[in-house]
Design a protein around this ligand. Structure first.
Ligand code: CO
Length: 291
């Protein structure tokens, strides 16, 4: 048995034997108690803390009657924060606590960008808690990009957040994370729909098609002289600071600069802009509507 599976099972037993899960059979119907669990990969960056606070504030404003909780999926980030005295729960632990505290309906909102591995890992956790009967209802909300409507809203968000002083003949290059998951196609789908509006906007990935060699070719074919580099990740963390904007030879900035393309860097994650945050926050509506 994989360590992670064993861990989920252990949490499951803890929930079953410690909580009021069986209360319904003896003490009548439990009153409805709703919760929102926001789930992010996590970050130890200061800028991320500000973004996460903003997401929480906008969530509380949109759903004032529902308490908001957090979980981070990355154990590396959780361990790093624990050393600074900040204790963050994994989704498994957060859900076990919510069940123990008598919450009956939980909206689990993924703060991921695409429905890739992490989104589907979270789905398995949600399904496990559902199968255990830990809540009356537990429903997961979509990440930033899932439906065609999301795609159109993200296109608008990109167009609105490009710096105003960028000229039309200058490229805008968004750096996505990219993945080996089939959902990597969301990035090229987004690029296609962006280019219908503005042919000089590109979406590339750190790991996953298209990467910087392809993008460089395309920019050179178009004789682009200048490119604006912006992260298409919720947090402007390590990838944005080093792989995108770093001074090493293999950073996007260096590769393009060496190809004769002047680079301007914007170091802000998508979670720093309300245009993107509101898409995630709106996605919580769907689970809440089914309670
Ligand atoms: Co990465």
């Amino acid at each position: 048995m994989k360590k992670k599976n064993f861990y989920i099972l252990a949490v499951a037993f803890a929930v079953l034997f410690s909580s009021n899960l069986f209360a319904g059979h003896h003490g009548g119907e439990k009153p409805m108690k709703k919760a929102i669990l926001l789930v992010a990969f996590g970050s130890s960056e200061e800028s991320a803390r500000i973004s996460f606070e903003n997401i929480e504030k906008r969530t509380r404003t949109a759903y004032p009657d529902v308490p908001v909780f957090w979980a981070y999926t990355s154990h590396i980030i959780r361990n790093k924060l624990a050393k600074q005295g900040l204790l963050l729960d994994s989704p498994e632990v957060a859900l076990a606590k919510l069940s123990g505290e008598g919450f009956t309906h939980v909206a689990v909102q993924s703060l991921h960008t695409i429905p890739g591995f992490e989104f589907h890992d979270l789905s398995r956790v949600v399904t496990s808690f559902k199968n255990m009967g830990a809540f009356k209802k537990i429903i997961q909300g979509y990440p930033l990009l899932a439906t065609q409507e999301d795609m159109e809203r993200v296109v608008e968000a990109v167009l609105k957040t490009i710096p105003k002083n960028r000229k039309k003949d200058e490229a805008v290059l968004l750096m996505g994370h990219g993945t080996h998951h089939p959902s990597n196609v969301f990035y090229t789908a987004l690029m296609f729909q962006l280019q219908l509006r503005d042919p000089n906007i590109y979406v590339g990935n750190v790991e996953g098609y298209p990467e910087i060699p392809e993008i460089k070719e395309w920019l050179m074919e178009k004789k682009i002289k200048k490119a604006w580099l912006m992260p298409f990740m919720s947090v402007a963390g390590d990838h944005a600071k080093n792989d995108m904007a770093g001074d090493d030879d293999d950073s996007w900035k260096s590769i393009l600069t060496n190809a004769g393309i002047e680079c301007e860097v914007v170091l802000k994650g998508t979670a720093e802009y309300d245009e993107y945050v509101d898409i995630w926050v709106d996605h919580i509506k769907t689970p809440l509507a089914h309670f």
